[in-house]
Write a protein that binds this ligand. Sequence first.
Ligand code: ADP
Ligand code: MG
Length: 243
Amino acid sequence: MSKAVLEVKHLHQYFEKGTPNENHALKDINLTLNQGDFVAIIGGNGAGKSTLLNSVAGSLPVNYGQVKIDGQDVTYQNVNKRAKLISRVFQDPKQGTATLLTVEENLSLALKRGSWRNFWTRGVKHNERQLFKAKLTSLGLGLEDRLGAEIGLLSGGQRQAVTLLMATILQPSLLLLDEHTAALDPQTSATVMELTDKIVQEQHLTTLMITHNMADASSTATGWSCWITGASWWIFKEMKRPA
Ligand SMILES: Nc1ncnc2c1ncn2[C@@H]1O[C@H](COP(=O)(O)OP(=O)(O)O)[C@@H](O)[C@H]1O
Ligand SMILES: [Mg+2]
C-alpha cells in the first residue's frame, strides 16, 4: 500500500469567527496525498485555495481538524518546524529567493534549509558549485552560465525555475506550489510548468499545486485534480499515477 504523505482531516477554517462578518472559508476538507501523487487544486478567486495551503504549511493556525505529514500530527506545529518537511514555491518569484545574492548563493542557502538563517556565510564550495551546475544544466535554460549573477537580474521565469530547484534540492516530503506560474506570461508559464512536471516525476515528489489555470491542472503528468469551492471538492480528472 502507498504511504500517505499528507492527510488533511475534517479541516475547517473561519475568518472573523463570532462576528457579523464571519466567513467559513473551508468546510470539512478531507484530502490524502500518497507518496508520488501530484494533485492540482483549481478554484476561482476566494475559493479557499490559499487558506488551504496556508493551513498545510502552518502559516495559518487550524481552527478545527487535523493535518498530518509523513504520519506526524503537525496541526499545532509552526511554519519553521514544518519547514523541514515542506517546500513551498509562491506566486511571486521574489518571495522564494534573496534578490541581492547570486544564483549559486541562493542555491547554497537552499541546501541548508531550516538552519541557514543562523549559520550561513557567503561563499560556495567547489563540490556544491558542481552540483548546482548539473542541476541548472538539466533545466535547459542556459542558467548554468549565470551561477555568479545576482538573482534579481534574472527574468521572472528564470528566477521561478531557480526557485523550483531550491525548493526541491533537498527532496522535501511535500512540495506546495502556490499558483507558482500565475505571475508569468503564458509561454514562460508553460515552460515553468514543464520543468515542474519533470522535477516532480524525476524525484517522485508528492506535490500539491494550487492554480486557477485549468490547463495547468489538467496537464500534470502524474496526478489528478480537484476543484475547490470551499464547501466541496470534485476530482474531475484522474490521470496515471507513477508506478
Ligand atoms: N486574512 C483573512 N481575513 C479575512 N478573510 C480572509 C482572509 N484570508 C482569506 N479570507 C477570505 O477567505 C476566503 C478564501 O480566501 P483565499 O483562501 O485567499 O481564496 P483563494 O486563494 O482561493 O483566492 C475568501 O472569502 C477571503 O475573502
Ligand atoms: Mg489565493
